[in-house]
Design a protein around this ligand. Structure first.
Ligand code: WT7
Length: 654
């Protein structure tokens, strides 16, 4: 860890305007500090009061936190509630006709759904699920495009107490199969096709392929939403059309009253080793994190139009599409397509068209749009914007300044939100009416988040020094366990090095003299490609599953747009290929990985060697590979290498 040196030196600071501050949910640093003091002094009543104020309970809880089985914490655990009731029903008395969803399809067609209409659709689909025998505790995998029905499916699961596990529509059959199998899903929900950038995505065909791979015996039915006219292959004993399922269902469905700690969903995410981890979130604690952070971080007010560009396949699409905005009764845009179709002005056009006031996207999207038209936003009326957000990776100060000036017109605070699939909701982010922002920093923890940076002994590090980012107290929306693997949960997140006391985020970070947090990167073998977490092990396993490959090692290297690019070092079973032959094999292997995991994991570059650089004990020298990938001079000690010649081989891209 001593190798972690902080390098960023950014001194610009942007406080909110007086006008913004005065109207804000948290108006100024005094208000922010007062909340922090409250949380520090009375941690349990701080969260208890918040849970009573922001959530509607069927049965109130009597205890805020149970730590007896730490790190398996329980929050509000004798209370009962329903997430779908909190996201929909409770808004109906005042806001039945308020727009909940503004859906813009790939082709630009717009559909608006009110809270009353959403209620009807969710109830009917929930009744449909029940008619298929789905009940509380059953797992339902959702493999859907970014359409209204994806939200309906998630909310319907929450309504009847089924545990959903959304799998990103860009994942391959193999990745889908692994997740279905691990979750033991009884039902799969998909669409015949998705539509992205004018092209069909064959979701049903991939679903069939996943099931054909075997290991999905728990799946009884596949519900298929008809998005396009294409006719999918059909298994009449197993497949059910969505529209036929809901046709005659009653428009009311009594919510299943859940215990606060009942699982709400599982979402798989990459780890450094082994298979993806099923991150299990709770009902009440998760929802509280989603609802509260949404109003704080985006300074949500009832007339806002919120747009988060994330897909529901990621945690951002859970917390800041499906649950946070609806839990607050907000109006939000959801978008089926891609930012570059029909051209790279799509985002700016949509902000103007729907008068978006709160906009939340990823640094990688910002960087690619700068490249495709740095002046493009100026052609549009973006004056509706009030707050801009980013998530997924550190944002480089140049992109931050462009976002601030060109998109936000210098008026809109930028909320750089640090969090993870595991934390469930934003942890470190500026409250926009209070905390002055600095380009590249996620600034300060939300009140009630005890974030710190420590060294390997668990002692806090001084300002400017890098260390491990940890959270020192249990938090309502924190992951409860890894589905089916509580031991891995404990080892990964509450490791013994810190006496099992701190939540270890897996990121390195440092703090500046103002206490601002700067995220520096991962401490494990996890890549961050376009804001998505990819385990190097997963990609390596996919590569060695190819009959030609004997050995593979994957590392990241900086990439202008994607943040990190995937570089694979490969040893074939046969002779090391060269020239055209090498290029051909490399292309095949790239396609292979796209097919095995999904296009997001496809290596950008493949290099072939007769061997990989290893230590005497046989461990691959990843640091060396990282230097090679970056084209850096090798300064490490290579005296233990058996065959230094391979370093030269590994310098050449196929
Ligand atoms: C990892 C979590 C949280 C939703 C999106 C990704 C990185 C996330 C930031 C940020 C710097 C960030 C971290 C984190 N990350 N947000 N604002 N600044 N890094 O969720 O797939 O669970 O990945 O993304 O490395 O650990 P995820």
């Amino acid at each position: 860890m001593s190798g972690i040196e902080s390098i960023l030196k950014e001194t610009r600071s942007f406080p909110p305007s007086d006008d913004f501050r005065q109207k804000a949910v948290i108006p100024g640093m005094e208000a922010y500090n007062a909340l922090c003091d409250q949380a520090n002094g009375q941690y349990l009543s701080f969260w208890g009061d918040m849970a009573r104020e922001l959530l509607s309970w069927k049965k109130p809880f009597s205890r805020v936190l149970d730590e007896s089985a730490a790190p398996f914490f329980k929050w509000f655990d004798d209370g009962q509630l329903n997430v779908s009731y909190n996201c929909i029903d409770r808004h109906l008395a005042q806001n039945a006709n308020k727009i909940a969803l503004i859906f813009e399809a790939d082709d630009g067609a717009v559909t608006r759904v009110t809270y009353a209409e959403l209620h009807r659709r969710v109830c009917q689909f929930a009744n449909g699920l029940k008619s298929l025998g789905i009940k509380k505790g059953d797992r339902v995998v959702i493999y859907m495009p970014m359409v209204i029905e994806a939200i309906v499916a998630m909310q319907a699961c929450a309504r009847i107490g089924a545990i959903h596990s959304v799998v990103f529509g860009g994942f391959s059959a193999g990745a889908l199969r692994d997740r279905v199998q691990d979750a033991g899903a009884r039902l799969l929900i998909t669409a015949n096709e998705g539509l992205r950038g004018g092209k069909g995505v064959p979701l049903k065909a991939t679903t069939d392929e996943a099931i054909a791979l075997g290991g999905c015996d728990t799946v009884e039915h596949v519900v298929v939403y008809r998005r396009t006219d294409s006719e999918p292959a059909w298994d009449a004993n197993r497949d059910v059309w969505w529209h036929q399922l809901v046709e005659k269902q009653p428009e009311q469905c009594e919510p299943e009253w859940m215990n606060a700690e009942d699982p709400l969903f599982i979402l798989y995410t990459s780890g450094s080793t082994g298979k993806p981890k099923g991150i299990q979130h709770s009902t009440a604690g998760y929802l509280l994190g989603a609802i509260n952070s949404f109003r704080w971080v985006f300074d949500y007010r009832p007339n806002d139009v919120f747009w988060c560009t994330a897909d529901v396949g990621w945690i951002t699409g859970h917390t800041y599409v499906c649950y946070g905005p609806l839990g607050n009764g907000a109006t939000q845009v959801i978008f089926e397509g891609v930012p570059t179709y029909p051209d790279a002005t799509r985002f700016w056009r949509m902000i103007e068209r729907h008068k978006v006031s709160l906009f939340y996207t990823a640094p990688t999207a910002i960087r690619s749009l700068i490249k495709l038209g740095a002046d493009a936003p100026k052609q549009f009326d973006l004056s509706s914007l009030r707050v801009l957000g980013t998530v997924g990776e550190p944002i480089n100060p140049e992109a931050w300044m462009w976002y601030y000036e060109v998109v936000g017109g210098g008026r809109c605070p930028i909320v750089d939100t640090w969090w993870q699939t595991e934390t469930g909701s934003a942890m470190i982010a500026p409250l926009p009416g209070a905390v002055p922002t600095k380009p590249g920093s996620c600034t300060l923890p939300l009140p009630g988040v005890m974030a710190d940076i420590v060294d390997e002994s668990g002692a806090p590090v001084e300002a400017g020094k890098g260390g491990f980012l940890v959270i020192k107290k249990p938090f309502p929306s924190l992951v409860r366990t890894i589905w089916g693997d509580p031991e891995r949960f404990k080892k990964t997140y509450f490791p013994e090095e810190f006496d099992g006391k701190f939540y270890l985020a897996g990121d390195s970070a440092h703090r500046d003299e103002n206490g601002y947090f700067w995220i520096m990167g991962r401490i494990d073998d996890v890549l961050n490609v376009s804001g998505h977490r990819l385990g190097t092990m997963e990609i390596e396993s996919a590569l060695v599953a190819n009959p030609l490959v004997a050995e593979a090692a994957v590392v990241g290297k900086p990439h202008e747009i994607k943040g990190e690019a995937v570089v694979a070092f490969v040893v074939l079973k046969g002779p090391r290929p060269q020239g055209d032959e090498a290029r051909k094999v490399a292309d095949n292997l790239k396609q292979w990985v796209a097919h095995e995991i999904g296009k997001i994991a496809q290596p950008d570059e493949i290099r072939f060697g007769e061997n990989l650089p290893k230590t005497r004990s046989g461990k691959i020298m990843r640091r060396l590979l990282r230097s090679l990938a970056r084209g850096e001079e090798i300064v490490q000690d290579v005296s233990t290498l058996e065959n230094p010649q391979i370093l030269q081989q590994l310098q050449e891209s196929a």
